[in-house]
Design a protein around this ligand. Structure first.
Ligand SMILES: *[C@@H]1O[C@H](CO)[C@@H](O)[C@H](O)[C@H]1NC(C)=O
Ligand SMILES: *[C@@H]1O[C@H](CO)[C@@H](O)[C@H](O)[C@H]1NC(C)=O
Length: 545
């Protein structure tokens, strides 16, 4: 996957090209949405005030009209016998009435609509794509962290209550988004939750019939036709003339008849097999042995799988000064996070000031992290890398240069051939699926234009604490490094022979709660010849890639 990294370098040059503005992909963009909402609330309030003023005046008119009308009705002749009354009646229906008409036709909403149009063009505004992206991200979090639907709907993440509860309509929308993505499993989960929540709502936020329709169809898509028919019948009890439901009912009944005709003895069995299938999900035995498996990756993200105890007991912490006189006074605090491959955690290697500078400089340049399609060569956003990133040069600020120098001190490697500092912010469920930082053997063209060899090592700084999730995990090593503000992870991607180390395959787990900021320095081979001498000796074939 190092091709994507390469592309990120190149993409810097095309900064002003096309804007991938998906706001859900970075927490900083989502923060801007709060400003947008604030402005919209003000506009709506102004609009309501204007509308109410207008209504108040109209109410005033109606009171006068009613009062006179009542007087007149009691004794019309007496009323109209008074010339003043006769005059005011005529006035009310001419001069006054035309004012009423003017008021009724006054568009107090035009101003509000014009403002809203303006804000939509000039402020950060989410799109339907954002809504879908945010919904998909929630489903990813639900799966990775095995969150049950009703806790999530109560605003709980892993037992911690973070937000207010979702309404039935919120759940319905999550189901609808899943449906549009062809994800019928999550459609069913969220439509069922919407139905449960609806029962408790005094003022219903969604129609039960809409829920039933989605529920029936996703149930059918999951293969449970009898239940789909049941749900459709329930819907028809509420709206007998529902055209689509009538059509679906016939369709489901035909499907069931076919089943009866082809497998008469199995009809009841069909019902059961669906149940077994549902139950099967529950008793699914996860595969934690294959380093490539999603199960292992997700278990590492949840902290349920850790490095073997016999390795854990060998891990040490130490002070490192690398013979550097400055570091003798304040040596680095280094913790081993794994052996074979060596993974190191450096503590307190980035100050709050430096973090603030890096965030400030990166933020206006954030671009949705993109990757190159290996088949078409097209640049595109990928579901497996959801974040926004930007690149910073040493010359831009003394803090950037200081961080670069620190990486040199930490690793003993030269920064002359290193890439610029890459800054990344993750949004809702932001993550990066397992990948290598280096170019694999077949990716011979990857770093050609840099003329600095392959990515020998990675230093990854954590610039925020993350409340839940967001670990950096290494499935082959079964190791996980949890974000802690000011710390940095370091590892060699390549063996001294120059072969890529398969065991460094790593991933950024989805952020469950909080905002994750990291920045990284990718260090290249060229210039390290005396600092990390190459060897002719090749590592075992199965460890390289
Ligand atoms: C629309 O914007 C103008 C100028 O900022 C402001 O005076 C007006 O009150 C706004 N209207 C509404 C309905 O917010
Ligand atoms: C339901 O709506 C009515 C009328 O709009 C309102 O007075 C009442 O407070 C609402 N009830 C709840 C539980 O929101």
């Amino acid at each position: 996957m190092s091709k994507c990294h390469i592309f990120l370098v190149i993409q810097f040059l095309f900064l002003f090209e096309k804007c991938h503005c998906e706001v859900y992909t970075a927490m900083v963009d989502l923060e801007d949405l709060l400003d947008t909402e604030h402005v919209l609330i003000n506009t709506l309030e102004n609009y309501l005030k204007a509308e109410e003023q207008k209504l108040d005046i109209l109410r005033g008119y109606i009171n006068v009209y009613k009062k006179q009308q009542n007087k007149a009705r009691n004794d019309p002749q007496l009323y109209l016998g008074n010339p003043l009354n006769a005059y005011t009646l005529v006035k009310r229906l001419t001069a006054d009435w035309s004012q009423v008409e003017t008021l009724i036709s006054t568009n107090v909403n035009a101003d509000a609509l014009a403002n809203i149009t303006y804000f939509k063009e000039n402020m950060k505004f989410p799109t339907d794509e954002d809504l879908n992206g945010a919904a998909v991200a929630l489903m990813r979090l639900q799966d990775t962290y095995q969150l049950d639907t009703s806790s999530l709907a109560r605003g709980e993440l892993n037992g911690v209550k973070y937000s207010s509860e979702l309404t039935a309509a919120d759940c319905f929308e999550l189901g609808r988004q899943s449906y549009n993505n062809g994800d019928f499993y999550h459609t069913r989960l969220w439509m069922e939750e919407a139905e449960t929540r609806l029962k408790r709502e005094a003022n219903e936020t969604v129609h039960k019939t809409d829920i039933l329709e989605y529920l029936a169809f996703s149930t059918y898509k999951e293969g449970n036709i009898p239940l789909a028919l049941d749900l459709t019948n329930k819907l028809l009890e509420l709206i007998p003339e529902h055209t689509r439901a009538v059509g679906n009912k016939n369709f489901f009944e035909d499907q069931l008849k076919e089943v009866v005709q082809t497998k008469p003895a199995q009809r009841k069995g069909d019902d059961e097999s669906a149940e077994v299938e549902t139950a099967g999900v529950k008793f699914y035995k996860p595969n934690y042995d294959d380093p490539e498996s999603k199960d292992l990756y997700e278990a590492l993200c949840r902290g349920e799988v850790t490095i073997p105890i016999e390795i854990k007991t060998q891990l040490r912490c130490r002070y490192v000064s690398n013979n550097n006189p400055f570091l003798k006074i304040a040596p680095f605090k280094v913790e081993e996070a794994n052996l074979e491959p060596d993974l190191f955690i450096f503590h307190d290697v980035m100050s709050d000031d430096e973090i603030a500078t890096i965030k400030r400089l990166a933020q206006p340049r954030f671009q949705r992290a993109t990757v190159q399609n290996s088949r078409t060569g097209e640049l595109e956003v990928a579901h497996y890398r959801i974040s926004k990133s930007a690149w910073l040069k040493n010359e831009e600020h003394k803090h950037i240069a200081a961080v670069s120098q620190r990486v040199e001190d930490m690793t003993g490697l030269t920064m002359k051939t290193a890439e610029e500092l890459q800054v990344v912010n993750y949004g809702i469920g932001g993550h990066y699926d397992p990948h290598f930082d280096f170019a694999r053997r077949e990716e011979t063209n990857s770093f050609k234009n840099l003329n600095s060899g392959n990515r020998i090592a990675t230093v990854l700084f954590y610039m925020s604490d993350v409340a839940q999730g967001g670990a950096t995990v290494f499935p082959v090593a079964r190791a996980a490094i949890w974000p802690k503000k000011g710390t940095a992870a370091f590892w060699y991607n390549l063996f001294p022979s120059g072969d890529g180390d398969r065991r460094t395959r790593h991933a950024a787990c989805p952020v469950l709660a909080g905002s994750k900021w990291v920045c990284n320095k990718w260090i290249h081979e060229r210039g390290q010849e005396f600092r990390r001498p190459c060897t002719k000796e090749r590592p075992p074939e199965e460890l390289t890639v």
